[in-house]
Design a binder for this molecule. Structure first.
Ligand SMILES: [Fe+2]
Length: 235
């Protein structure tokens, strides 16, 4: 019923009460890509964002950090392990309406403009023009941490990408830098339209760091890197 845990690192505390799990996902024969989960902790409770199932040892570490009370899906195409987390930890599940690439579990709470999020000092950003639902979170602490799924990505390294995937990535637009996911952008852009306005609105958010569902953490200069990525994507 549930997908198995796949290779991953230990959970790392990247800022106080903000954790990053760098894991992976097999996407085909000889093909593995990185897949990350971010955890936000408040009062001993954890919100799992872009949830990734962990090994038994990983779950032990997770449980030592707090209790998973909320699971938040930011991207339409992620959600493989959401049902597992909801069942395993009794967590409440949040996603946007129509986020149905993984239709199970149904949301307990909808992610929509104006909603009160279960983690303090955190704002929701909703993409307005994408063909399928996508959103992001801004943590208004530590000079601003932007948490995305597939939209804005930072590839500082190729950890957990198989040799075949490493060879392919540059040819499909995944250079080792900050970028708008090229496959995501192509699929998510409506015919004869552009997502530029959404990304320009995203750039109005005050953030210094970026963490997303693939690739690696970008510390300190994320806003400038994101601006450059947006310029490249829409020039
Ligand atoms: Fe993705």
């Amino acid at each position: 019923m549930y997908a198995q845990a796949q290779p991953h690192d230990p959970i790392a505390e990247i800022f106080p009460d903000v954790f990053l799990l760098r894991g992976s996902m097999r996407v085909g024969r000889g093909m593995r890509i990185s897949r990350n989960m971010t955890l936000l902790r408040h009062d001993g409770k954890l919100a799992a964002i872009n949830a990734v199932r962990l090994s038994p040892a990983g779950e032990k570490q997770l449980e030592s950090l707090g209790k998973v009370t909320h699971v938040i899906r930011l991207g339409n195409f992620h959600g493989l392990d959401d049902r597992y987390y909801v069942d395993r930890f009794g967590a409440k599940f949040w996603c946007q309406a129509e986020s149905r690439h993984y239709s199970d579990p149904p949301p307990d709470q909808l992610l929509e403009d104006g909603v009160s999020l279960p983690v303090p000092d955190t704002d929701l950003f909703v993409f307005e023009y994408t063909r399928r639902p996508e959103c992001a979170l801004l943590v208004r602490r530590h000079e601003g941490i932007l948490i995305t799924c597939d939209s804005l990505q930072h590839w500082g390294d190729r950890r957990y990408c198989s040799i075949l995937v490493r060879a392919m990535l540059p040819f499909i637009g995944f250079r080792r830098r900050t970028l708008i996911g090229p496959l995501w952008l192509k699929y998510m852009t409506p015919r004869d339209a552009s997502l530029r306005a959404d990304f320009e609105r995203l750039l109005q958010l005050p953030f210094s760091h970026l963490v997303n569902a693939h690739g690696s953490l970008l510390r300190d200069n994320a806003h400038a890197a994101a601006s450059a990525a947006v310029r490249r994507a829409f020039s």
